[in-house]
Design a binder for this molecule. Structure first.
Ligand code: FSX
Length: 406
């Protein structure tokens, strides 16, 4: 149905047979599986030396997989999430993935429109399918703010979810409502999980989420037949299991008390920490520093812009003003790390308590090991990449993962 340089994957073919028919070599296929394994391992759940075994497991399972049916709704949103998914890899990769998942219905990409499109949707949702949703659901004024084919977003979502074997809420809008739900929330916007309560909804937040996270989750489902392990807010741990702050390339400057205080100052040119410019990395769980954006080209903090915290619930209300630092203690040098964990916990609320306790325990261990260090430590004294103890192991591990990323 979708315009793709590849033929569609037929119902009676295995994925391996389909790829062979497309002229994809085993080597290329293993390379694709290796990239998926690297993304799935970026949260630290999989050790670097296990990535190769995971890639092989994915390849074995995926080659025998049958074509799934996917319905992809776009409700109250800006299409940024679909744009992100489409740019998750090179042309071959994204085309392959889109062909693999057999997208039966998506307003942006499908050729049919009007009654033909509605008929395609009606047919697709009669059978078991994976339901992917972009956008929020407006409930105020009987849902008049988002109506598709004469049907409200809420009604459409409920109908599409009825036979869905899994539901994936992609983007901050589908997660909780994003900018539409921000004060004063004129449309009464809510997320998918606020409507669909009789089954698991997996959230991939971000405004938009990283494309590779979307495609890796889809492939995970295709390979294993179920969704990956998630955190307290329904976010896959492989992608949202670590704070931006813990993987930040400017982290050594933070620990050393070296901050940018104006976007045009000398510290900005030196690449110092953006915390005082409002960076929300200490309170944000996302894989941006590991996977990065635009095929691993860069991400906001690396490019000199503070993180806005877009993967956290209610970030438009909780993380604003974006260019003001998080509330909390302002202690430069050693101790700042502990402060960051307090700040992170406070900013994202009680729901993060479990994570904050874990972080605090880690921080206290690290803090203990650093108690002999001077109050402020120039970066040169640390060495460019030298971080003590467990961080050093993690950094080495990350390097391995990062080198093999998409
Ligand atoms: Fe929302 Fe996505 Fe931001 Fe836009 O579909 S998460 S406004 S990038 O497009 O939903």
């Amino acid at each position: 149905m979708l315009g793709s340089p590849f033929d569609l994957w037929k119902d009676d073919e295995s994925c391996g047979e389909y790829l062979t028919r497309q002229g994809v070599s085993r080597r290329q296929f293993l390379s694709l599986c290796g990239r998926v394994a690297a993304v799935l391992g970026c949260g630290g759940l999989i050790l670097g030396n296990q990535t190769e075994a995971l890639a092989k497991e994915i390849a074995d399972k995926l080659s025998g997989a049958r074509r799934p049916v996917v319905v992809w709704l776009q409700l109250q949103e800006c299409t940024g999430c679909m744009e992100s998914a489409l740019r998750s890899g090179d042309r071959t990769l994204e085309s392959l993935i889109l062909s693999m998942i057999s997208l039966e219905y998506n307003e942006l990409l499908m050729a049919p429109s009007g009654e033909q499109a509605e008929a395609a949707l009606g047919k697709a949702i009669e059978q078991p399918h994976l339901l992917v949703v972009n956008g929020s659901i407006p409930l105020r004024d009987k849902g008049v703010y988002c109506v598709i084919g004469g049907e409200t977003a809420e009604s459409l979502l409920r109908r599409a979810a009825k036979n869905a074997s899994a539901v994936l809420a992609v983007g901050a809008c589908a997660h909780y409502g994003c900018i539409q739900a921000a004060h004063p929330d004129p449309t009464g916007a809510v997320g998918v999980a606020d409507i669909i309560k009789d089954r698991q909804v997996v959230n991939l937040p971000g405004c938009p989420p990283i494309g590779e996270v979307i495609t890796a989750t889809l492939l995970y489902y295709l390979v294993y037949g179920h969704m990956p392990q998630v955190d307290y807010d329904g976010r896959p741990l492989f992608a949202y299991g670590q704070r931006i702050h813990d993987k930040c390339p400017r982290r050594a400057h933070y620990d050393a008390g070296q901050f940018v205080v104006s976007f045009d100052d000398d510290n900005a040119r030196k690449g110092y920490c953006l915390y005082k410019m409002g960076c929300k990395g200490p309170a944000t769980f996302a894989p941006c520093p590991v996977i990065e954006w635009n095929l691993g080209c860069s991400f906001p903090i690396k490019a000199g812009h503070p993180c806005l915290g877009c993967t956290e619930r209610n970030f438009f209300d909780q993380m604003t003003p974006f260019y003001k630092r998080l509330p909390g203690l302002d202690v430069p040098g050693v101790g700042v790390e502990l402060t960051a964990n307090r700040i992170g916990g406070a900013a994202v609320g009680a729901s993060l308590a479990g994570v904050a306790v874990h972080s605090a325990a880690t921080v206290l261990r690290k803090h203990q090991s650093r108690k002999e260090e001077p109050e402020t430590l120039p970066l040169a004294a640390l060495g460019e990449a030298e971080i003590t103890g467990q961080d050093n192991d993690t950094a080495k591990q990350d390097n391995k993962t990062t080198k093999s990323k998409w």
